[in-house]
Design a binder for this molecule. Structure first.
Ligand SMILES: Nc1nc2c(c(=O)[nH]1)N[C@@H](CN(C=O)c1ccc(C(=O)N[C@@H](CCC(=O)O)C(=O)O)cc1)CN2
Ligand SMILES: NCC(=O)N[C@@H]1O[C@H](COP(=O)([O-])[O-])[C@@H](O)[C@H]1O
Length: 234
């Protein structure tokens, strides 16, 4: 029987661009019933002012910042794809004990290209370390505030709310899905439907939606890390 001491710690890297309330939900869930022996080892942001960086630092989690435009400016000749590969390197770290078991995009507002995905899928080497498991794919999941195939891309909440105002939808939702090249089209892991309420202000609706996000981002991480089926779609 494996004792708890023998169970290898699970490592998560979280990518953010903003306030980090979903990062905070993951921080608070570390070593709890859904994420036992699990640690967020690094938080990476593409926005220097992201409050999520403050949350990470307050929680004693290492942080890194790298934004596309400053990267291109300080590296003449480099491309967006080079940036994506640099982000992959930041995700992998330089040593084996820095290699994550899961990457969570929690409000990460940059579309990641093939070069990033290839490194994380183990099809290309992005780490400078002689990792003992360079080709093991690392799952990448994304939190998106819409239902599968409904409002892909940025500003999904506002677009869904406007569609409700026009009478073209009665509900929206949020989901966590696997990340593939096609934005927001990866296989859903957890989906939650959230009906609109007539007369409800956008700000009030957003509060309801975010509260559901904080729940599913932890459930999805648990599902992927521990192969548990948390996929109650509702
Ligand atoms: N290859 C993938 N990359 C990303 C995915 C994905 O599913 N596949 N999900 C997004 C997250 N996201 C929606 O969930 C999303 C974020 C940002 C954008 C977008 O248009 N970004 C612009 C820049 C916008 C800005 O800087 O404000 C861009 O990248 O040029 C669309 C969807 C994360 N990445
Ligand atoms: N297309 C991606 C997208 O819109 N992601 C959204 O960014 C917010 C991040 O909040 P947070 O910074 O407070 O965690 C969340 O609402 C998440 O669904």
């Amino acid at each position: 029987m494996t004792s708890t001491e023998d169970v290898k710690e699970k490592r998560i890297v979280v990518l953010i661009s903003g306030s980090g309330t979903n990062l905070q939900a993951l921080i608070d869930a570390q070593n709890g019933p859904l994420l036992p022996k699990t640690r967020i080892i690094r938080v990476i942001s593409n926005r220097k002012a992201a409050y999520g960086l403050t949350r990470a630092t307050s929680a004693g989690i290492a942080t890194a910042y790298l934004a596309l435009q400053p990267y291109l400016k300080t590296n003449p000749g480099k491309t967006r794809e080079d940036y994506d590969e640099e982000i992959a390197r930041l995700v992998l770290g330089t040593e084996d004990d820095q290699r994550p078991d899961l990457v969570v995009l929690a409000g990460w507002m940059h579309i990641l290209g093939e070069r990033f995905l290839s490194v994380l899928e183990g099809k290309a080497s992005g780490s400078s370390s002689s990792s003992s498991s360079p080709n093991t794919p690392i799952p990448v999941i994304n939190l998106h505030p819409a239902l599968p195939g409904a409002f892909d891309g940025a500003n999904a909440i506002e677009r869904a709310y406007a569609a409700f105002q026009e009478g073209s939808v009665t509900k929206t939702g949020c989901m966590v899905h696997h990340v593939i090249k096609d934005v927001d089209r990866g296989a859903p892991i957890i989906v939650r439907e959230i009906p609109f309420e007539p007369g409800e202000a956008l700000e009030e609706f957003e509060k309801r939606l975010h509260a559901v996000e904080w729940e599913i981002v932890v459930l999805a991480a648990s599902s992927v890390l521990f192969n548990k089926d948390q996929s109650q779609t509702s």
